[in-house]
Design a protein around this ligand. Sequence first.
Ligand code: ADP
Length: 267
Amino acid sequence: MIIVKVGGSAGIDYDAVCADIAALWKEGQRLVLVHGGSGETNRVAEALGHPPRFVTSPSGYTSRFTDRETLEIFEMVYCGKMNKGIVERLQRLGVNAVGLSGLDGRIFEGRHKDSVRAVENGKVKVLRGDHTGTVEKVNTGLIELLLNAGYLPVLTPPASSYEGVAINVDGDRASAALAVALRAEALLLLSNVPGLLRAFPDESSLIREIPAGDVESYLEFAQDRMKKKVLGAAEAVQGGVGRVVFGDARQAQPVSAALGGAGTVVA
Ligand code: ADP
């Protein structure tokens, strides 16, 4: 079993990702695809007159402040345009894909955090009305039901809170939780960079290998959203996933390349 997470940043070649996944699937590879949609969500939110607001926690993690209106725009893009775009590509390639959010069947479930601590103008503020959280539970039964019936699950945030409220969760960490719950042999986190760079944005500074026992010490190289990927990788390998690869989704056969060890391999 492999889990492929493809991000939502500019430059990602979804046609290449889907073609590669379709080929692997037809060879009998069991897999689940998880996707993001941040770039397109930002564009749509601007167009709808509700521009995105990113906040940075005192420990340096950046996240999208998700009030109710933002959550609804987020759902339109992630569960609508992005999810159905990927499902359509796979269907055209002859793969019977089923697109679901973490809310559906409570595939991703976790605690709702209503307030977030954010550093603004050098001061720590508490912002309320946030619809975010972290995935703590995965409904593996529903995923296995689909896989065993021959369907390829295509998953996306949001998740469901324990109270049944939609919450925005980080896709990389949700994928890590999924990989652990499904005892996946590999988690591939594909984005618009060659992997974790020692000196971002210098692509020649690619870190090729990270020892599984030492992932956290590589957090210092990751800025903003890359931090969540490194954190997700640490959670996955600590949870028993064989290896995590940060791979490049701007090229042909991005999934096979990452499976073959191109990018940053955490093992
Ligand atoms: P996605 O939406 O594809 O999951 P993110 O935008 O969340 O991806 O995270 C990837 C981004 O992280 C890259 O596009 C890059 O701008 C940024 N980044 C920050 N630090 C690093 C680093 N050390 N190595 C690679 N990318 C980094």
